[in-house]
Design a protein around this ligand. Structure first.
Ligand code: URP
Ligand code: ZN
Ligand code: ZN
Ligand code: ZN
Length: 487
């Protein structure tokens, strides 16, 4: 379709995070040009029986990630293809500098990787080591539109940073008006527990779960929140998987701290029994950090999404093949950590959330798109159905059904952790900046269609937090004179 032509979406119901309304949507030049009754355009998309929602934003992916001696199996090509097929129109991936590597060099590597993306994307920058060079370059990274910085409290010996490094980094992020992000698990304890389990003969995937109990996540979450509070920086905690971590986030938010928690779709619906499956491959394919938890933890996460104490549902899409998972035969610490989910996040969340009454359709939009667009400061360009917003839209058929299977999925992985799950609620069309990017079961946006979405720092949250910290900063007591001593 020529860029000058317009498209109108008719007969659908618009669902945003705060509104449900029947109206047509006119798309021109890649953005939403009008919303209202009886609109007309050069092309018509019929949304009869469908909901028109903002495209999903997945704030947590690892495409072509170098990790644990290999690379994750989905790159920006297959990963963003999977995203569009599942109604996600933007992914945010992590640029990962090697120890000692320049942040700007790492960014150049990730920009290169993303050239074939089918949908829009942005980056977070990982702080994997600390030094003057990192401190200096963080400003350039922020100026390049990457204002969120991720820290790993786990993966000792590779990605992990220590408390003093985190504190220094968090203070720098506060000064730059950015967002601190955390993978919260106590890496020292995990490493000790894993070594002990291996020595005692537990070599299978169940050892992965035993070595990373909820307490190690809860402790790290509390610690990260304290460090962020001392540094005066907003904090986003990725893959919140348990009540211990959720409780820390809930308490921080009630105390007025600027903290957000992100459950994954995997943790919401898959549980720890997967690691005790008699088939090694089945269990190893589900190894990720943090591990899946029990039903009580899942209930806590669902409740947090409804209550607003947890904000976003992501995937942490980091797919591996069975052959890669088998690197850990005989030693669970060598099983590459990660699972896929990009194509399945929205259908599974709709089925298990909206389909059961745990979430309203508006809450679904909030936790899959709008909340993260606000947190990452790309709202209302993304995450909205509003005049002037990018026309990243899903035409969602709440009655459409399928059974999830690796046989038909877009991912390069040879398995799917949701294999056999029947979902009800699927995208009929996905639009990316006005282009029909998925239709009739096929991804139609060309490779390279995806564009980088730069983001600015110094959000209203940064400004408010800085003002509050300035007001409540410790101040020296001004005394009129010193006591006379030696009299
Ligand atoms: O197991 C996981 N989550 N793999 C991806 C890297 C990370 O920790 O997010
Ligand atoms: Zn992580
Ligand atoms: Zn991750
Ligand atoms: Zn392609």
């Amino acid at each position: 379709m020529p860029a000058t032509q317009t498209t109108v979406i008719k007969n659908g119901t618009i669902v945003t995070h705060d509104l449900t309304v029947r109206a047509d949507v006119l798309v021109a030049g890649g953005v939403i040009a009008a919303i209202g009754p009886n609109l007309s355009g050069d092309h018509v998309i019929d949304a009869t029986g469908c909901l028109i929602m903002p495209g999903g934003i997945d704030p947590h992916t690892h495409l072509e990630m170098p990790f644990m001696g290999t690379f994750s199996a989905d790159d920006f090509e297959s990963g963003t293809r999977a995203a569009l097929a599942g109604g996600t129109t933007m992914v945010v991936d992590f640029a990962l500098p090697d120890p000692g590597q320049s942040l700007m060099d790492a960014l150049a590597v990730w920009s290169n990787k993303s050239a074939r993306a089918h949908c829009d994307y942005s980056f977070h920058m990982a702080v994997t080591w600390w030094g003057q060079r990192v401190f200096d370059e963080m400003e350039q990274v922020a100026a390049a539109g990457i204002t969120s910085f991720k820290h790993f409290m786990a993966y000792k010996g590779s990605l992990m940073v220590n408390d003093d490094e985190m504190f220094a980094s968090f203070r720098r992020i506060a000064d730059l008006g950015g967002l601190a992000m955390i993978h919260a698990e106590n890496g020292d304890i995990v490493a000790e527990m894993a070594a002990k389990l291996l020595a005692a003969g537990t070599t299978g995937p169940e050892g992965h779960a035993y070595s990373r109990p909820a307490q190690v996540e809860g402790e790290a979450t509390n610690r990260a929140i304290m460090i962020a509070d001392m540094a005066g920086v907003p904090l986003y905690i990725v893959h919140t998987s348990c009540e211990e971590s959720h409780e820390a986030i809930r308490r921080a938010r009630q105390a007025g701290k600027r903290v957000w928690g992100e459950p994954l779709i995997q943790h919401l619906v898959l549980d720890e029994t997967e690691y005790f499956h008699p088939d090694w491959d089945h269990a190893a394919r589900r190894v990720m950090s943090p591990p899946f938890r029990n039903k009580a933890h899942q209930d806590s996460l669902w409740a947090g999404l409804a209550a607003g104490s947890l904000s976003c549902v992501a995937t942490d899409h980091c797919a591996f093949t069975t052959a890669q998972k088998r690197f850990g035969l005989g030693d669970f610490t060598k099983i590459p950590n990660g699972t896929g989910g990009l194509e399945d996040r929205l259908p599974v969340l709709w089925t298990c959330g909206v389909g059961t009454g745990r979430l309203t359709p508006n809450e679904f939009v909030a936790v899959t798109s709008t909340n993260i667009a606000k947190i990452l400061n790309c709202y209302p360009r993304k995450g909205a159905v509003a005049v002037g917003s990018d026309a990243d839209l899903i035409i969602w058929d709440p009655e459409a059904e399928k059974t999830i299977s690796a046989a038909g999925h877009q991912s390069n992985s040879d398995f799917n952790v949701f294999e056999g799950m029947k979902v009800r609620g699927l995208p009929r069309y996905t639009l990316s900046r006005g282009v029909v990017a998925f239709a009739d079961g096929k991804v139609t946006a060309p490779e390279g269609h995806g564009a980088f979405v730069p983001r600015k720092g110094t959000t209203p949250v940064n400004t408010a937090l800085q003002a509050w910290k300035e007001l409540t900063n410790p101040r020296p007591v001004v005394r009129s004179g010193l006591p006379v001593t030696g009299v």
